[in-house]
Design a protein around this ligand. Sequence first.
Ligand code: DIG
Ligand code: MN
Ligand code: MN
Length: 385
Amino acid sequence: MYDPTPEHRFTFGLWTVGNVGRDPFGLPTRAALSPVEIVEMLGDLGAWGVNFHDNDLVPIDASWSEREAIVRAFRGALERTGLCVPMATTNLFGEPVFRDGAFTSADPDVRAYALQKTMRAMDLGADVGAKTYVFWGGREGAEVDAAKSPVDALKWMRECMNFLCRYNDDRGYGFRFALEAKPNEPRADIYLPTTGAMLAFIETLDTPEMVGVNPEVAHEHMAGLNFTHAIAQAWDAGKLFHIDLNDQQPGRFDQDLRFGSANPKAAFYVVKFLEDVGYDGPRHFDAHCYRSEDAAGVRDFAAGCMRTYLILADKARRFRADAEIQALLAGLGGDSALTPVMAAYSTESRDTILGAKIDRHALAQKQLPYERLDQLVIDLLLGVR
Ligand code: DIG
Ligand code: MN
Ligand code: MN
């Protein structure tokens, strides 16, 4: 019941199960895996797809013939395993040239190089069938706000995104662009730090319909926000184009933990939301295993992400079928003759609301049994109902 199959649409980036355990204070603890080895592992574990940054697959200085050989081997592994490539993205954060931003660099030649690198990466993603293109601006930020106007940064970001939307159309790739927010790290402050900020920015673009968001659990949690509320707003706006599932303890660096491993109750609400609304996109785990893990631990990590999602999806089914929970929910909110009146303004609805006799004291006495409801959720999650 909790064994993943491709129907569940679980995906991993090459960089996730391929993470070699390097961190700012330590050297790699694991051998690197080739893209082919990663695809074969993910196929064996029941994943649906694999994603990549351009240079996860093709080294930045590879020749065209080397690129072709790598893509051919990668395609072969995809064919053998049946995995697909739902999403691709560009590494605009690793190379020193991007140390002060890519699309928001004050140096126009850096911005032009970021556009060039992204167009080539879009070509590569389209080559292997990706339909979502993610933009995470890890270096788009500042340590010293005296150096750059944040308004200029937004203008440069908008210019680059508009240019790439036109490139998408020009090539007929049909990508849906998904912008990923993060509040900080590796920059002291990253521009457009939350999913909400991204949703507002999208509306300033020339073709906003082409652009949505890729919210990540850890990143909203780093900002102290409720991830389910963030994806609900994205969903409500028709902009939840992709999602990065992982976990994160409060007040720490971006831990990219195994899904549900830090806060299973918050993870339950994420899964419940996605299942309740019928989200049919990839369930992408942008996460990696602990630095202490060996090759077997990498498999445990990937299997654990998917297993926890499936367990929580089962809990969401039990929540919907639980008579006591549903009876309690039915008692909340309630009906009022004023419901339809508020739905549309008119001089009649105006006067009805203004003239309504509303007893605020009686309303303040209505029961809100949230302690009981939360305990039922805890019972459900702890397996005692
Ligand atoms: C970091 O959370 C970013 C990068 O890993 C990648 O660009 C994006 C896609 O999941 N997430
Ligand atoms: Mn992250
Ligand atoms: Mn991510």
